[in-house]
Design a binder for this molecule. Structure first.
Ligand SMILES: Cc1cc2nc3c(=O)[nH]c(=O)nc-3n(C[C@H](O)[C@H](O)[C@H](O)COP(=O)(O)OP(=O)(O)OC[C@H]3O[C@@H](n4cnc5c(N)ncnc54)[C@H](O)[C@@H]3O)c2cc1C
Length: 294
């Protein structure tokens, strides 16, 4: 695998770094206090094309491959994690399902607006009884004519309150477990769909995780994503992509923490000298640097 970054990516990486360090960092405390990403930051992110990182150019995105995307995520990760999560969940699990599994009609219908950031994407697998045991879905999808009728509840769904396009897994053949799950593209205004309670989290402010409620939710058959019965495999594919991205964002966060810690250890004077001159403190910083490099 080639890990070299081409000139376009290096150029974009620098632009993203400048944007994150000047614009997003300037409002990091505001995001923390207000639990909300300012509209201006969202609009500037749209101008930079950040919502379309994973979407091919023919559908209006930047069409960046996984290595390039991870390089950009490292930069995005170096600021408030609420902002990072909004962009990461949209460009990762929120869009890659449609990019990789969608048919031409679905791609043309959804991707251009998702690439511009006009429509935000989310991914919904988890339920109260389906966490680590993700195939244990209780949300059902029953075919009725040219529609599927969905009933059930999802929770912990990132971007639920901002999103208007959801990749949702539901059991079409509950007796078959992991082999009886199908993926759907669900729009916010489909009848019978609503966003439920927002989780009260310990951290990650600015990123909302919420329930999705399906009560006889009507989904046209053309919104089946991929092959019926392959929903669990689809979810694993999407999550694999998402996890590589999440790891890269966290790598950026770790680098940022090392920078802050090193700066502080050099500035903070105790017993008449900077605390970094204590070997136990510099060992901690060295350990952090080694882990990040690894
Ligand atoms: C901030 C946040 C955002 C999220 N965003 C999304 C999203 O956008 N879309 C989505 O679908 N989901 C999302 N999730 C849900 C996430 O994927 C689940 O939390 C995860 O799958 C774990 O499920 P659970 O929380 O029910 O934990 P549980 O499955 O109940 O696990 C609890 C603990 O038990 C351990 N455990 C479970 N089974 C075993 C076992 N067999 N052996 C050993 N240990 C075990 C687990 O490791 C864990 O430590 C999000 C979660 C969080 C916290």
């Amino acid at each position: 695998m080639n890990f070299e970054l081409d000139e376009d990516i290096l150029f974009l990486k620098k632009n993203v770094r400048d944007f994150v360090q000047t614009e997003v960092e300037a409002v990091a405390m505001q995001i923390e206090e207000e639990n909300h990403i300012p509209e201006r930051i969202i609009n500037l992110s749209k101008d930079l094309g950040l919502f379309g990182l994973s979407i091919p150019e023919e559908y209006g995105g930047l069409g960046i491959g996984m290595v390039g995307k991870c390089a950009l995520y490292e930069e995005i990760g170096q600021t408030h994690n609420g902002y990072t999560t909004l962009i990461g969940a949209h460009t990762g699990i929120g869009t890659v399902g449609i990019v990789e599994l969608g048919n031409e009609l679905q791609k043309k219908k959804y991707l251009p607006a998702m690439a511009s950031g006009e429509r935000i994407g989310a991914f919904a697998l988890t339920e109260p009884e389906a966490g680590s045991n993700a195939a244990n879905l209780k949300t059902t999808a029953v075919r009725k004519g040219d529609k599927y009728i969905l009933n059930g509840l999802k929770h912990y769904i990132t971007n639920a309150t901002e999103a208007s396009v959801f990749t949702v897994m539901a059991a079409t053949d509950p007796g078959k477990g992991a082999k009886g799950i199908t993926s759907f593209i669900i729009e916010k205004d489909f009848p019978g769909f609503k966003v439920g309670a927002i989780e009260k989290k310990m951290g990650l402010r600015g990123s909302q995780s919420a329930e999705l409620i399906f009560e006889d939710c009507e989904v046209p058959i053309e919104n089946v994503l991929g092959i019926e019965g392959q929903g669990y495999v689809n979810a694993l594919k999407i999550l694999t992509n998402g996890r590589a991205g999440l790891a890269s964002r966290n790598l950026g966060s770790c680098q940022k923490l090392l920078d802050i810690s090193t700066r502080y250890a050099k500035e903070r004077i105790q017993f008449g000298k900077p605390i970094i001159t204590n070997q136990a403190v510099s060992h901690m910083l060295a350990e952090m640097a080694v882990e990040i490099e690894a």
